[in-house]
Ligand binder design. Structure first.
Ligand code: GLA
Length: 677
């Protein structure tokens, strides 16, 4: 069962894009519920997530369940033709649980035990938590597996968000077990972690702790393995609960990922998790103050599509307007929510859901927008919700199609985790910012990129950009080399290919040879020393300038496309191009400004056989993406700008139902979906 099965179920056989929200009726008196379903029908809502934070009401004391209210809710939704994404409610254990099992609460790196009072206070390796979550999941699965409203299962909620990694005794035990599986012997671990440094040699597994507070920098290899372990231990929780649901029901199972959302997703390796999902689902919230937050949205959607291996995915949450948890929670401008929704759709989502249906009256999220705002129906938000429901219904035929992309960006979780560790040459070397910058460079050129891992088959892509691939495995490096030698065009940026999977410098201890150890030959360069730049400093290049980073080095077989003009690295190559086998490998040793980028990006695209479409220069605020299926193509055009945009395109515009007759105007702030003739 996958996303296609879900959209078919929603449309009674003909695919229908999912539309709805988290629905938390338990926050409202019963007489509100019937108004809810009336409004849902008005807005054409067809799927709601129920029960995500209902543990305390469903199980008032251990082993005693109260399902009456949930039965009523599901029946009511079903009577009104609204399908349910039913949660197993394991996300937030109730207060009675932490009181009864105090050691099930997580302990932070300072040794402070957390408690209930917010949400999601549990240690992933706590046997009591796992037992209780399994019992609750079993009870819910047995009761609702055959309920006609059930369309899919929602396990937990945003693993790794508000449940922080645990550093307590359960993690200590789990981490040691995980390390024994990985290294088998302490010799292997000592070698991998480089424990000869700072007298860290381990003689007994019992000496190894989670990386709790210590005097200063903790061994980075130790930290990296702890991140992997923390992700794996939450994945064990997911798998145990998903297995219970799958044993009772054939409906698809998911848990909502959280993309790149402002770095919060750090504890989870979604590449490892995604294959365990029947449907990949993601939550995305705009960074309200970022004027280019639509490009950040595009990146998050592209990344989710990568996790889904290019299959359609589900946007489980976004907001109709403001959120409550940023420093300044700027509300969405008129039309912005529609554009956001169609961006996700354009980039592969087959469902657009929100957090949440009705804005809460009490609690920490009462200032978070919902589909039904505090001010009710006569509002911008409600009118746009109704408009969106209609537009999604009109665009239903795109469900099941796939996004067409000629380029890929490589983004490995291990590389990100390792690059974000401390004690590095510069805090400016930030992998997610670098990823975003290169995604933006392609976005501005009108080129859609998939997100992939270094070890994936990349041969279908004309261009592969690997921004700050700091850590790379032997397999990843060999795969990228094969990609280039087979005719591909690869662009690597600074601080890539520096360390192996254990965060040890890739080098020959006798010969040396310079950075980047994994890619020196492929790139035809040798870097001898990093020269990170000062805050705000820009270093002149042959064309434009570079920021954040520079390097002292030389080309071996590569051609220098541009060089540093002054300073201690004057004359060293900044951008290089090397022909290797049938392909080409570029290296960019700095963060190029717009002028520097403009000086070489067209050449990279030319080597790759790609061309920036004309609209990219003509209407820089117009986002154009294509989805295809069995010979049919749909063009999505989203105008983020303040002037109308015009495209030459022949087909039917689905939202208005009108033929384009050769040309289409996308009004300022508007969206269009054209089935191409
Ligand atoms: C996350 C959570 C929701 C809610 C929203 C608010 O996505 O999953 O429960 O807290 O954030 O933006």
């Amino acid at each position: 069962m996958d996303m296609n099965d879900l959209t078919r179920q929603l449309g009674g056989g003909t695919p229908r894009i999912a539309f709805g929200a988290d629905y938390n009726p338990e926050q409202w008196p019963r007489d509100v519920w019937k108004h809810d379903v009336e409004l849902m029908r008005e807005a054409k809502v067809n799927l709601v997530s129920v029960g995500i934070f209902s543990w305390a009401l469903l199980e008032p004391e251990e082993g005693r369940y109260e399902f009456g209210w949930l039965d009523e809710v599901l029946d009511l939704l079903h009577e009104n033709g609204i399908a349910v994404d039913l949660a197993n409610a394991s996300a937030s254990p109730p207060p009675w649980f932490t009181v009864k099992y105090p050691d099930s609460a997580p302990v932070d790196a300072d040794g402070v035990r957390q408690t209930h009072g917010s949400r999601q206070a549990f240690a992933a390796c706590s046997p009591d938590y796992r037992r209780a979550a399994a019992a609750l999941t079993t009870a819910i699965a047995k009761r609702y597996a055959d309920h006609p409203a059930l369309a899919m299962w929602h396990v937990h909620n945003e693993y790794g968000c508000h449940n922080q990694p645990d550093f307590g005794p359960h993690a200590e035990r789990g981490f040691r077990e995980w390390l024994r599986n990985r290294y088998e012997s302490l010799d292997g671990l000592n070698e991998a972690w480089g424990t000869a440094f700072w007298s860290q040699h381990y003689y007994d597994w019992a000496e190894i702790m989670p990386p709790r507070r210590s005097g200063t920098h903790i061994n980075p290899s130790h930290q990296l393995d702890f991140a992997r372990f923390s992700s794996d231990s939450l994945l064990e929780c997911f798998e145990a609960e998903a297995a219970i649901l799958r044993a009772q029901s054939d409906k698809p199972v998911t848990t909502n990922f959280m993309g790149l959302n402002m770095g919060l997703a750090r504890p989870i390796d979604y590449w490892r998790w995604a294959p365990r999902m029947d449907i990949v689902s993601n939550d995305h919230y705009l960074i309200a103050e970022d004027l280019r937050n639509h490009q950040d949205l595009a990146l998050a959607a592209d990344l989710t599509r990568g996790w889904a291996d290019n299959a359609p995915w589900l946007l489980m949450e976004h907001s109709t307007s403001a959120v409550n948890w940023q420093p300044r929670n700027i509300a969405k401008a008129p039309g912005q929510m529609l554009r956001n929704s169609f961006q996700h759709l354009a980039r592969g989502a087959d469902g657009i859901l929100f957090f949440q249906w009705r804005a809460s009256r009490a609690g920490a999220e009462k200032f978070h927008s919902g589909m039904v705002p505090h001010a009710g129906r006569d509002t911008k938000v409600w009118r746009e919700v109704v408009q969106l429901g209609k537009a999604l219904e009109a665009a239903s035929e795109v469900a099941g199609s796939r996004v067409a992309a000629d380029a890929a960006l490589v983004f490995d979780t291990d590389a990100r985790w390792a690059a974000e560790l401390d004690s590095h040459p510069s805090i400016e070397a930030q992998p997610t910012r670098e990823l975003r910058d290169w995604h933006d460079a392609l976005y501005r050129s009108g080129i859609t990129a998939d997100l992939r891992q270094s070890t994936d088959d990349l041969r279908a892509y004309r261009l592969v950009v690997a921004p700050m691939l700091y850590l790379v495995t032997d397999d990843g490096a060999a795969n990228l080399r094969r990609y280039v030698e087979g005719g591909g065009t690869l662009l690597l940026t600074y601080f890539s290919g520096i360390v192996d999977e254990h965060d040890r410098i890739i080098m020959d201890p006798v010969e040396g040879g310079g950075y980047p150890g994994a890619f020196r030959d492929l790139l035809g360069v040798e870097i001898e020393e990093f020269f990170p730049l000062r805050d705000g400093e820009a270093l002149a290049l042959t064309a434009g300038s570079g920021e954040r980073w520079s390097e002292l080095g030389r080309t071996t077989t590569a051609e220098a496309v541009s060089r540093y003009e002054r300073g201690p690295t004057a004359g060293s190559p900044a951008v290089t191009r090397n022909v290797s086998g049938a392909g080409t490998a570029y290296y960019v040793g700095t963060s190029p400004d717009a002028e520097a980028l403009a000086a070489f990006l067209p050449r990279v695209l030319e080597d790759a056989g790609l061309e920036a479409p004309a609209h990219a220069a003509e209407f820089p605020e117009l986002e154009v993406v294509r989805r295809t299926s069995d010979g049919t193509s749909w063009l999505f055009a989203i105008n983020h700008g303040e002037v109308d945009a015009r495209l030459s395109v022949d087909g039917i515009e689905l939202i208005s139902g009108t033929p384009t007759e050769g040309a289409l105007t996308i009004p300022a702030g508007g969206v269009a979906v054209v089935r191409l003739a």
